[in-house]
Design a protein around this ligand. Structure first.
Ligand code: FAD
Length: 380
């Protein structure tokens, strides 16, 4: 058996130290307002544009798109330092962490050059258009359609998308549309990139449980999109979309740094309270689970660097991080007692953690995927 050395190499340690120094000097002193409010979103963008100016927005990307060509290990180190420094949540995450890996994999050189630099610079802001009123878990049930406009060299999109996170503040949407109604459910779908200021698009924001207005419904009425905004081939959309959902469930959306930092904050909170043995045990369990998630991710990254694609196993990540997030926040709430109602950071974090088992595909669906496609159990 080969021993794995998980310590930073000298180069990685140098990269980490540079990131830490910059973040310590630049992270806003006070938390920004929620990025799911209009005011907060604008403040977050200011921060993200600073990150971009200093080449910290997309560290693993090529230099010509604003990155530093950081390795996967360096990216993980950056994420750890980012959260440890208490830096703001990234409101551009649906672009840089979900769409971008798909553009790198399926985009033409023209699409990469056109889309990625503006995304990195937080000039184009992307939201995700999968869900529809009649299609959530069963994504292949989508009915929004795209009809070929041969003369104009493109497609005419119609239908309704819903639950688009921060859609009310974004400039572009990526989503699936039915291009061949006669084909089977998973076939005949195409992945489109849609500017939200195109004629025929109506975006209607609506509120969430915590009062923020970051969700939107997007209505499309005969919206023209040129052929150059098809990502990955006509009728190939399902395969392309699965690459995006793999990023959302797997490595990129919820890196371990986020949970390691939360676990450290939880330990600090426990030190400042007089917690009984059962609560102390839950604090220790949460901290250990955050470390375990880091080890799990490191295992996955080692595999990826050896040429292994996680595929359906990204559903395991999703189960791990979404349940861990609730565990951390529930423990904090119990430590705080009634005070948790007035502790904004933990209480908002708790409310948002409850959404974790729903977004990025519900945990029931992830368990089905793990059962059938990772463990090879018979279909239910
Ligand atoms: C915070 C948040 C952000 C989101 N952001 C976006 C976004 O940006 N873009 C976007 O397109 N969507 C987004 N969504 C929507 C999300 O993807 C859907 O809510 C999710 O896929 C579930 O779909 P649904 O709400 O229609 O529930 P349904 O599919 O109706 O499911 C209802 C319940 O039935 C269960 N269920 C359904 N089918 C099965 C099955 N076969 N086996 C077992 N159980 C089953 C589900 O697990 C769930 O508990 C977001 C959701 C949340 C909460």
């Amino acid at each position: 058996m080969t021993a794995v050395d998980l310590r930073d190499t000298e180069e990685e340690a140098g990269f980490r130290a540079q990131a830490r120094e910059w973040l310590r000097a630049n992270v806003p002193d006070r938390p920004l307002p929620s990025g799911d409010t209009r005011e907060g979103f604008a403040r977050h963008l200011e921060w993200e544009r600073r990150l971009y100016d200093e080449r910290w927005a997309v560290v693993s990307w090529p230099r010509e798109y604003g990155g530093r060509e950081a390795s996967l290990w360096e990216w993980l180190a950056f994420e750890e330092e980012y959260y440890a420094a208490g830096a703001p949540q990234r409101v551009t995450q649906n672009g840089i962490f979900l769409l971008a890996p798909t553009v790198f994999e399926f985009g033409t050189p023209e699409q990469r050059d056109r889309i990625l630099p503006r995304m990195a610079a937080a000039e184009d802001l992307w939201c995700q258009g999968w869900s529809e009123p009649g299609a959530g878990s069963d994504l292949a049930a989508i009915t929004s359609k795209a009809v070929r406009d041969e003369r104009a060299g493109g497609w005419r999109l119609s239908g309704q998308k819903t639950w688009t996170t921060r859609g009310a503040f974004c400039t572009h949407l990526f989503g699936l549309f039915r291009t061949d109604p006669a084909a089977g459910r998973h076939r005949g779908l195409t992945y489109f990139l849609v500017p939200l200021d195109a004629p025929g698009v109506t975006v209607r924001g609506f509120g969430r449980l915590d009062g923020d207005e970051g969700f939107a419904e997007v209505f499309l009425a005969d919206v023209f999109v040129p052929d150059s905004d098809v990502l990955g081939g006509v009728d190939e959309g399902w395969r392309v979309a699965m690459a995006t959902t793999g990023s959302e469930r797997g490595l990129t959306l919820r890196s371990p740094g986020r949970f390691l930092a939360a676990a450290d904050r939880l330990v600090e909170l426990a030190r400042s309270r007089c917690a009984g043995p059962r609560l102390r045990e839950r604090v220790v369990r949460s901290w250990m689970d955050a470390q375990a998630y880091q080890l799990f991710t490191q295992h996955q990254v080692s595999g990826m660097l050896a040429g292994d694609q996680p595929g359906a196993r990204s559903s395991l990540n999703k189960l791990f991080w979404s349940e861990l997030d609730i565990e951390l926040h529930e423990t904090a709430r119990d430590l705080l007692g009634p005070e948790s109602e007035v502790d904004d950071a933990w209480s908002r974090g708790f409310l948002f953690s409850l959404a974790g088992p729903i977004y990025a595909g519900t945990n029931e669906i992830q368990r089905n995927i793990v059962a059938e496609r990772v463990l090879g159990l018979p279909r239910a």
